[in-house]
Design a protein around this ligand. Structure first.
Ligand code: SF4
Length: 365
């Protein structure tokens, strides 16, 4: 009987490296699909439980009217005449905290808050800080996405206890100006390094399906993997073309090509959470299952993602049940370091104290 093994590589396959070349990444990307998936799944098992997926919840705390012109986004003021989306004011702090409580009761361990801003205004920072402090006090990890940050903003967010800052690089440096003209790729990297220097964890990824080439997708991952420290969280989105935006007619992404990018992200950034983000409503269960096998280990739960649709909890739960996947618990060591009390045993994932209304106990296990 022939036993097929993966070819030896110069570095251990799960080495955390920051010196990737495009050629190397491309060679991995182009492996026969089964070899690519086997390698990605092997890397994942060295760092994570392959049957646990982190649940994060995303709330739009300020929708529409954004001064940036990202070609894919319904929230840009530049596309408002096409999308018809009206700008809203920043949500009240108590409303945000109420939503966070609901998300926690449904099993989310990370709460992400997004505002459609080019950068936050100083008059908004007090509310933003109160949101971070309030969500932290619930025992959840916090993530914010507010656009570009000044040194001052970063200090305030760090002092409030913000865990993660999301700032996607979206695509390759080469393709960036085809999609966004109001800022540069370098602007994006500047904010990422400011966030990193302040000691806030980085969440940064991109979008597949903007009209980029395979090489652009690979270059995007090479940029992220060659940062001094890998982003702790790497969201990979599949474009949802939104009517009224410049990218409304982009072609659907081939699911197998998408899975290849998930697998490559897992292999190049072995210890990062790879998040299967926007676009899951367009994916079959089989595609999502392949993404989980290829190393995706985080999703957004809930029925909306900022302004886009997302599968609801029921659909996700049904898929998790079929696949034998469980929601990942909050990292209790990290929580203890942060002075957060977590609930014991099987309820650690949802953060409740084992109440009869806990949905994690009844549905997720
Ligand atoms: S910065 Fe964010 S909210 Fe603003 S247009 Fe770009 S993606 Fe949309």
């Amino acid at each position: 009987m022939n036993v097929h093994v993966l070819p030896m590589t110069a570095a251990p396959i799960d080495a955390v490296r920051h010196d990737w070349t495009r050629a190397e990444a491309q060679a991995i990307h182009d492996l026969p699909f089964n070899d690519l998936l086997f390698r990605a799944a092997t890397v994942q098992r060295l760092h994570f439980d392959p049957n646990k997926v982190q649940l994060a919840r995303l709330l739009s705390i300020k929708t529409g009217g954004c001064a940036e012109d990202c070609g894919y986004c319904s929230q840009s003021a530049h596309h408002a005449s096409g999308t018809g989306l009206k700008a809203s004011k920043l949500m009240e702090v108590e409303r945000v905290l109420n939503e966070a409580r609901k998300a926690k009761a449904q099993g989310a361990t990370r709460y992400c808050m997004g505002a459609a801003w080019r950068s936050p205004k100083s008059r908004d920072m007090d509310s933003v800080v109160a949101m971070v402090e309030g969500v932290k006090a619930l025992g959840m990890e916090t993530c914010m996405t507010l656009g570009m940050l000044s040194d001052d903003d970063v200090v305030k967010l760090k002092d409030a206890g913000l865990d993660y800052y999301n700032h996607n690089i979206d695509t390759s440096e080469r393709y960036y100006s085809e999609i966004i003209k109001t800022r540069t790729f370098a602007d994006r990297l500047d904010t990422l390094s400011r966030v990193r220097e302040a000691g806030i964890k980085v969440c940064s990824g991109g979008i597949v399906g903007l009209g980029e080439t395979i090489e652009d997708r690979i270059d995007m991952l090479v940029t992220l993997a060659n940062l001094e420290q890998h982003p702790e969280s790497v969201p990979i989105n599949m474009l949802i073309p939104i009517p009224g935006t410049p990218l409304e007619n982009r072609k659907k992404v081939d699911p197998i090509a998408f899975v290849r990018i998930i697998a490559l992200a897992r292999i190049m950034m072995p210890t990062s959470f790879v998040r299967l983000s926007a676009g899951r409503t367009e994916m079959s269960e089989e595609t999502q299952a392949l993404c989980f096998f290829a190393g995706a280990n985080s999703i957004f739960c809930g029925e909306t993602l900022l302004t886009a649709d997302n599968p609801g909890e029921d659909k996700d739960q049904a898929l998790f049940n079929k696949l034998g996947i469980e929601p990942m618990a909050l990292d209790t060591d990290a929580a203890a370091d942060a002075g957060i009390e977590t609930a014991p045993s099987e309820h650690a994932g949802c953060g409740c104290s084992g109440t009869s209304s806990c949905q994690t106990a009844t549905s997720a296990r």
